[in-house]
Write a protein that binds this ligand. Structure first.
Ligand SMILES: C[S@@+](CC[C@H](N)C(=O)[O-])C[C@H]1O[C@@H](n2cnc3c(N)ncnc32)[C@H](O)[C@@H]1O
Length: 414
C-alpha cells in the first residue's frame, strides 16, 4: 500500500465555513480583531448551558432516581453499577467483556458523532443517527438520552461560536499536563486514517474476493457507510468484539434501522480466547482471502503479548493482508490518565514507542509458525503527518482541534 495514495477527507475550507456562520459574523463585527471574545463567549455559553441543564434535567429529575432504580430495584447494567475493581483486579479486567459493555467505545463514537454534526467534516455520517439510540453515560439510564443530546447540541453551539471543538479547547487550555489527547480531533484523524486504509485496500483488491475485519469494533460504522466495501459480492465483512459491547451495538443498529445483514458478528474476549478461531467457528471467514484488519483504539487495552499475537496472525491470512492500528506512547500513560482509565473499568495496559516498531514486528515475526510470510511496516504516521493529512487548519496556523504527541498509527502487512 502506498502512503501517497491516501487522500484527506477534510479538504474543505474551514475559514469560509466559519465566516458564513451568522452568529460568528455578528461577534466579529461587535469585537473586531479580537477572537478571544468569541472564544470566551463560546465557553461561557457552553458552560452555563451545560451546567443548568445538567442540574435541572439530569441530576435533579433523571439520574438520581435512575441510579437508585437501577442499583436497588431493577439491578440494570449501567455505568453506575459497573463492577467495582480494586487496584490489582483493575489491571486484569476489562468491563467491555461483561454485560455492561465498553464505555470508551461510547465515548469515541460520540466524538465521531460530534465531528460529523458540527463541522460537516467528520467522516462518520452514521454516528449521529446511531448515537440517538445509545446513552453516553451507559445503557439503560432513564434521562441519560436527553442528557446525551443536550451535551451534543451545546458542543455544536460552541463550535458555531468559536470555530473550535469544546473538549479539545478545554484540554489545550487546562488539562495539558494530564493528557496530550484532545479527545475529538484526535479521534477524527484516526477514523479518517483507517477509512483511507480500507478504501485503498478495496481499490487494490477490487477484482478478487477479500475480507474486511473490524477488530474491537465498538460502534464502528465502516461496514454500513463506506461505499468502497458495501453491496459488493466479493467483499466479506466481519465485526469482532467483546460480547457485551457487541450486544448493545447490534441493538442500536436495529433500533436505528441501519441494515446490517451483510455483516457477520463474532464475539470474542481477545485476552482469553483466540479471535482467529472465533472468527472461523462463528462466521464464514475464509483466511485464504486477502484481509484488511482494522484495529482502532484497542491495542492500549490489551497485554503486549496479545498485541504481538494479533499482528502475527495476519501472516497466515491471504497474500497482501494487512492490519491498521493506533497505539499509545509510554509517556502518555501517566499516573493520572492510567487511574482514570482504571476507574471506568477499562485499564490501559500496552504502550509502544514510535522507534520500537521494528522490534514489535520482529517479535510478531517470531510467532509466525512457518516463517514464510514476512511482516513489514507499510506505513507509520506520527502526529505531524496525521495533522497535515486530516486536521483542518485555519489561516493563522491554528487547528480546529488538539492533537499532540500521544501515540501513532501503523500499517503492517505481508
Ligand atoms: C476504545 S473502544 C474502540 C471501539 C472502536 N474500535 C472505535 O474506535 O470506536 C475499545 C474496544 O475494544 C474492545 N475490547 C477491549 N478489550 C477487549 C477484550 N479483551 N476483548 C474483546 N474486545 C475488547 C471493546 O469492546 C471496545 O469495543
Amino acid at each position: 500500500m502506498n502512503a501517497a495514495s491516501y487522500t484527506s477527507k477534510l479538504a474543505y475550507d474551514t475559514s469560509r465555513r466559519r465566516e458564513r456562520t451568522i452568529l460568528r459574523w455578528t461577534l466579529l463585527n461587535l469585537f473586531p480583531n479580537s477572537r478571544i471574545w468569541s472564544r470566551l463567549l463560546g465557553f461561557v455559553s457552553f458552560g452555563t448551558g451545560l451546567g443548568i441543564t445538567t442540574f435541572l434535567i439530569t441530576a435533579s429529575c433523571a439520574l438520581v432516581p435512575s441510579i437508585i432504580f437501577s442499583k436497588y430495584i431493577m439491578r440494570w447494567p449501567s455505568a453506575f453499577n459497573r463492577p467495582q475493581l480494586n487496584d490489582t483486579d483493575a489491571v486484569k479486567k476489562n468491563t467491555s467483556t461483561t454485560e455492561v459493555g465498553s464505555l470508551t467505545a461510547l465515548k469515541t463514537f460520540a466524538a465521531r458523532s460530534q465531528m460529523a454534526l458540527q463541522s460537516s467534516g467528520g467522516p462518520d455520517c452514521l454516528a449521529p443517527i446511531l448515537v440517538g439510540h445509545v446513552s453516553l453515560v451507559g445503557p439503560n439510564i432513564p434521562g441519560s438520552y436527553i442528557y446525551t443530546h443536550i451535551y451534543l447540541f451545546l458542543s455544536r453551539c460552541h463550535y458555531y461560536l468559536t470555530g473550535r471543538i469544546f473538549v479539545d479547547q478545554l484540554t489545550e487550555f487546562c488539562l495539558k499536563k494530564l493528557t496530550k489527547l484532545g479527545e475529538i480531533a484526535c479521534l477524527q484523524a484516526r477514523t479518517c486514517r483507517l477509512d483511507d486504509v480500507v478504501d485503498t485496500f478495496a481499490c487494490e483488491n477490487k477484482d478478487n474476493d477479500y475480507n474486511v475485519v473490524i477488530l474491537g469494533a465498538g460502534y464502528d460504522t465502516r461496514c454500513y457507510r463506506l461505499s468502497s466495501i458495501m453491496g459488493k459480492k466479493n467483499v466479506h465483512l466481519y465485526e469482532v468484539d467483546a460480547r457485551g459491547t457487541q450486544r448493545i451495538k447490534r441493538k442500536a443498529l436495529k433500533d436505528s434501522a441501519i441494515q446490517s445483514d451483510h455483516v457477520e458478528f463474532v464475539h470474542c474476549d481477545f485476552e482469553n480466547e483466540d479471535w482467529l478461531v472465533s472468527l472461523q467457528t462463528q462466521s464464514t471467514f475464509n483466511k485464504e482471502f486477502p484481509t484488511v484488519f482494522v484495529w482502532e483504539g484497542v491495542t492500549m487495552y490489551l497485554d503486549l503479548q496479545v498485541v504481538y499475537s494479533t499482528i502475527s496472525k495476519i501472516a497466515i491470512c491471504g497474500d497482501r493482508s494487512c492490519i491498521a492500528f493506533d497505539y499509545m506512547f509510554h509517556e502518555s500513560m501517566n499516573d493520572a490518565a492510567r487511574k482514570s482509565a482504571e476507574r471506568i473499568g477499562e485499564p490501559w495496559k500496552c504502550t509502544i514507542d514510535y522507534n520500537e516498531m521494528d522490534n514489535v514486528v520482529a517479535e510478531c515475526q517470531k510467532l509466525v509458525a512457518d516463517n514464510k510470510s514476512l511482516l513489514k511496516v507499510l506505513d507509520h504516521l506520527d502526529k505531524s503527518e496525521m495533522k497535515r493529512r486530516y486536521l483542518a487548519q485555519y489561516n493563522d496556523g491554528s487547528y480546529i482541534g488538539y492533537l499532540e504527541e500521544f501515540g501513532a498509527f501503523c500499517l503492517i502487512g505481508t
